[in-house]
Structures are given as C-alpha cells and as structure tokens.
Design a protein around this ligand. Structure first.
Ligand SMILES: Cc1ncc(COP(=O)(O)O)c(C=O)c1O
Length: 332
C-alpha cells in the first residue's frame, strides 16, 4: 500500500499523468515519457504533486497564509500562489531579483498573492521567508512557510507517491519496473528526494538518475538524501541509501555552444513528439535520458516536468539553430 495515502492531500492535478513511448523520435527508441507537463493544474507541471500535500498540511495546521519565494522565473512560486488561492489561503511570494513581470509572477499576482522583492542574493530567500513568518506571527497571522521548490519532507511526499504511480503504470504496460531507468530533473531536490523515498518504501531497486541544474552533484546528493530520509520518517518506511540514485551534474552550462545544440534538441522534440522542453530543466534532462537509451537497461523513463513559461520564452532562440538528427546510437 502507498503510505502517502494516509496523509492529507488537497487534490489539484489529474493523476496518474500519462506514461507513453516516444512516437516519432526513433523507431526503436526505448524512451518512455512521464507526462507531468500534463498534471492539469494551471502551469504547475510536476509542482502540483508537492503542492497537494503542502496545501493540505497548511490547512491541517490551521494556517491562513502561505509564505514562499524564489527567482522571478520560479515555476514553483507561481504554482504555490495558484494552489494557495484554490486552498482558500492568502499567499506571499518573496522574489530575490524583483520586481519582475515573468509569467510565474504574473500568475501569482493574478491569484491574489502579494509579491515582495527582497533584493539581494537568491540563496538568502529562505532567511527572508523565516523573517517574514515571524513578522506575520507578530501581526496575529498563522503563516505556513514553504521553502523554494516545496523542498520539505511533506512536499517530498508528492514524488514519493509518484514513484508508486509510475511503478503501477510500468507493470500495467507489461514492463518490468526493476529494469527501468528513471531520469528526473533536479532543482530544489524535492522531486528526487520524494522519488527515492517512495522507491525505498516499495523496496524497489530501479535505477534513478537526477539531472542537477543548479547545485553541484555532491552537494545536491547529500541534500537529497537527508530530505528523503525525513520523508521516509513521515511515511514510517525504511530510508533510501546513497546507492539508490546518481546525480548527473548539468550546472553552469548556460550560453555555451552546447546550449545552442540543446536548442536543436528542443526543436526536434517539439516537432516530432509535440512536446515543449524548457531550457533549464527539460533540455538537459532530455539529453541525459536520450544518451542513456543507448547504454542503460531498458526502458528509460524521462520525467517531463513542465516548465512551459520558460519553454515559450526560449522559442525564438530555438529557431536560430539547426535541427539536429538523433542517431540510432543514441547520440545527438
Ligand atoms: C519545470 C521544472 N522541472 C523540474 C524542476 C525541479 O524540481 P525540484 O525542485 O523538485 O528538484 C522544477 C523546479 O522548479 C521545475 O520548475
């Protein structure tokens, strides 16, 4: 039984999201797409999963206002404001580099959230959230702090549950889950942490690969492991070990020749599979997953997490680059 089902949950998305083979990319491709771009909750993509648990937890604790933050481009920040509105809670979004009129910030404002520019370093957002929570308590409010990306043990339950979901889908499709390689993008680490916690709860040793786009692999690995352990403690299940996942480091490759090549991959996915890849998470994760189809145990499951605002923003840049041909050897 999925232990996450014992936890309060405010349904926001439509689950399970589809799991299907790529259709036109390559005839023999053993690449499966897990379509969290289709969670059905606004522009939230994969972020609908942690938010279902976080919103229910806020309500269960009698909170009346959610305080979160992030970069102006943070999908999570916009989705958190959206979810708060649906949950009947006020919301404040603290933005490091504000003021900005990105899609996530516009969504947050449209959902009635107060958007505050904190100035300074993005890494200090957690401190700014903690300070704002104290101020709100002094005002007699009951704030619910949500760190960037929803990376709390409760938030991680979203992807712990997703591990159960995709396991059942693979079995339904006649695929042996123990032979699968799951490839996920990693920003805050909430998704990967939850996923390995859920995998450990099932006692399932499939191969899990995180593609880290913001923090170096060793730092991210210890963060993910600690968060996963806290999530396992909530579920009352055994914790994941460091051998349960690997992290591929894709940090710091912005505006390089390689990135220009990535845009070709984005165009290819758009025009063959009909999928919009965002440059921060979707493109590097696709590239890693695609390369793995040549070497890994089959199938490779690419977690397509959404990122539609950034995908749309990058459309013009993508047009400048040639379409690249994906060869049967798996290289691009
Ligand atoms: C589109 C998209 N994919 C993946 C991620 C990474 O998820 P996580 O923060 O849980 O590591 C994010 C995080 O913001 C995201 O917006």
């Amino acid at each position: 039984m999925n232990p996450c089902e014992r936890w309060p949950r405010l349904w926001l998305g439509v689950f399970p999201t589809p799991l299907h083979r790529v259709r036109r990319l390559r005839d023999d491709a053993s690449l499966l797409l897990k379509r969290d771009d289709l969670t059905g909750f606004g522009l939230a993509g994969n972020k609908a999963r942690p938010l279902e648990f976080l919103m229910a937890d806020a309500i269960a604790h009698g909170c009346d206002i959610v305080v979160t933050g992030g970069a102006p481009t943070s999908n999570f920040a916009g989705a958190c404001a959206h979810a708060s509105a649906v949950a009947g809670l006020d919301c404040e979004v603290l933005v490091a580099d504000g003021p900005a009129s990105t899609v996530p910030i516009r969504l947050a404002r449209a959902c009635g959230a107060a958007v505050r520019a904190t100035g300074g370093d993005r890494a200090l957002i957690e401190d700014a959230i903690a300070k704002r929570v104290i101020d709100l308590e002094l005002e007699g409010r009951h704030p619910y702090p949500v760190p960037r990306g929803g990376a709390t043990p409760v938030g991680a339950l979203g992807f712990a549950s997703a591990a159960f979901e995709v396991h059942a889908q693979l079995e339904d499709q006649g695929v042996d889950p123990t032979r699968a390689t799951i490839v996920l993008p990693v920003g805050s680490g909430a998704s990967l942490a939850g996923f390995i916690a859920g995998s450990a709860a099932m006692d399932l040793a499939w191969r899990v690969v995180g593609v880290s786009v913001s923090r170096p692999a060793p730092q991210m690995a210890s963060h993910v492991l600690a968060l996963a352990a806290a999530c396992s403690a909530l579920m009352g299940s055994r914790p994941a070990t460091s051998g349960a996942f690997t992290i591929v480091d894709r940090t710091g490759d912005v505006l390089t020749e390689e990135r220009a090549d990535d845009m070709g991959a984005a165009r290819f996915m758009r025009e063959s599979e009909g999928i919009l890849l965002d440059p921060h998470y979707g493109i590097p994760t696709f590239e890693v997953a695609w390369t793995m189809t040549a070497t890994a145990e089959q199938p490779v499951v690419l977690w397509q997490t959404g990122g539609i605002p950034a995908a749309v923003e990058s459309l013009d840049a993508g047009n400048e680059h040639e379409r690249r041909v994906l060869t049967p050897s798996g290289s691009m």
